[in-house]
Design a protein around this ligand. Structure first.
Ligand code: 28G
Length: 426
């Protein structure tokens, strides 16, 4: 499709345009053409499988880096619909891969714009930026396949066999004329898929590296060596497994993470585990995207945690009337937490567009965390006491540090600062 078409649906407006736009300005769609952008291609495809999992129809995703940096992703979902559009005669599957959906709602049946990529534009973008793409679908008793080159259909969807299974398999080779490098970094992909598996409990995601490493030996002898690596992630514990993983080498205060889950307009899931360490470790996600700059969900969480612990401390005589409230930072010392929310139309702000802006989320998270955490503390007084002991020693340490700093400043000002004079002499 070369010209821009405007299709107005009943309740959503989508601007559909050709894939040439993507090839002209790839950075607009995947952020960059560096190795980061290259990895985005994989995330975009895997996100479609994750969507199918969130819709409840897929529990396994297999990712393979094949020799020559070909990526293969296979899921056991329903398979992309293969039916032909009555007017155009083009299959639904081909439409998904050849038409850029630059706007409107996305995210399969889950209704959320679930995207590891910052831009969430999916399969057609990957197709546009690949030298070739091959899609194989098992569905309706058949095996169907279609092929593309740089976004152009070279083999429309055809039935190539029978099958009683369902699922989608996508193989693609990123376009070397667009990307600076085609060398995927196994560790980067592995980390992302581990994270995605934590965020979607019960979903199995595997990654395998089948690339052939060429080993130079002397002048003529070139030995080919296969360095196989494979990881498989599946966590029945979801976010609980995530915080346990983050704390694996630390001494725990609460062995069982505090787990909070609430469905509703803004579904939220939180896991908290305290350790004896002095650092604060909070990871936040919106629609499976790591919001490294935080935002309204994090604000709601912090607000609730500060209030709940202070209220508990007052009600149980840990803080006396004359005592000052505990500060948020003291309460978060030694805390490891993961917060995951699903937001229908997320607004991302900040330098790297990884800060959630939707203001209604603050209250939703604060309410859910307040209810669940106060109940937890009442039911687990020993854990409550251990955490509060730690908060109070953090508070004392902070107070002592402040006093020491003040004293040092006072001493300095009485002796007179030597710095300006020295600088003056230079
Ligand atoms: C292996 C690599 C990437 C996918 C599906 C399944 C469906 C689907 C995908 O539908 C069109 C738009 C919204 C319904 C949906 C199948 C409903 C019924 C699907 C993938 C139609 C797309 N049956 N699995 N797309 N939707 N896996 N994996 O891409 O309204 S994409």
């Amino acid at each position: 499709m070369d010209k821009v078409e405007h299709e107005y649906g009943a309740n959503q407006i989508q601007v559909l345009e050709g894939l040439e736009a993507v090839r002209k300005r790839p950075g607009m769609y995947i952020g960059s053409v560096s190795v980061r952008g290259l990895h985005h291609l994989v995330y975009e495809i895997v996100d479609n499988s994750v969507d199918e999992a969130l819709a409840g129809f897929c529990n396994s995703i297999e990712v393979t880096i094949e020799p020559g940096n070909i990526i293969c992703v296979e899921d056991n979902g329903r398979g992309i619909p293969v039916d032909k559009h009555p007017k155009t005669g083009i299959s639904a599957a081909e439409t998904v891969y050849t038409i850029l959906h630059a706007g409107g709602k996305f995210g399969g049946d889950s209704g959320y714009k679930v995207s590891g990529g910052l831009h969430g534009v999916g399969s057609s973008v990957v197709n546009a930026l690949s030298e070739w793409t091959e899609v194989t679908i098992q569905r309706d008793g058949g095996i169907y396949q279609m092929k593309f080159e740089r976004g152009k259909t070279v083999q429309p969807l055809e039935r190539i066999g029978d099958s009683d299974k369902t699922g989608t398999k996508v193989r693609f080779l990123a376009d070397s004329t667009i990307f600076e490098t085609l060398e995927y970094e196994y560790e980067v992909l592995e980390k992302r898929f581990r994270e995605m598996a934590f965020l979607t409990k019960g979903l199995k995601i595997s990654i395998e590296d089948k690339r052939i490493v060429e080993k130079q030996e002397g002048e003529e002898a070139v030995e080919e060596e296969q360095k196989e690596r494979k990881s498989e992630f599946c966590f029945e514990g979801g976010l609980n497994s995530f915080v346990e993983y983050l704390n694996k080498n630390k001494e725990k205060i609460n062995e069982m993470p505090i787990y909070i889950e609430k469905d509703g307009e803004v579904p939220i899931e939180v896991a908290i585990q305290y350790t004896t360490s002095y650092s604060e470790n909070i990871y936040t996600f919106v629609n499976n995207i790591n919001t490294i700059e935080g935002g309204t969900h994090l604000e709601g969480f912090k607000r609730a945690v500060t209030k709940v612990f202070n209220d508990y401390a007052r009600n149980h005589g840990v803080l006396k009337e004359k005592d000052q409230n505990l500060q948020g930072e003291d309460i978060r010392e030694g805390m490891t937490a993961v917060i995951s929310v699903k937001v229908k139309e997320p607004q991302f702000e900040g330098q790297t567009k990884t800060k959630l802006g939707n203001s209604n989320v603050t209250g939703v998270v604060a309410n859910a965390v307040t209810d669940a955490l106060s109940t937890y503390l009442e039911e687990n007084p020993n854990v409550a006491k251990s955490i509060l002991d730690k908060c109070i020693s953090a508070s004392r340490a902070r107070e002592a540090a402040r006093k020491a700093r003040e004293l040092a400043r006072k001493k300095n000002s009485m002796e007179g600062s030597t710095l300006p004079r020295k600088i003056g002499r230079l």
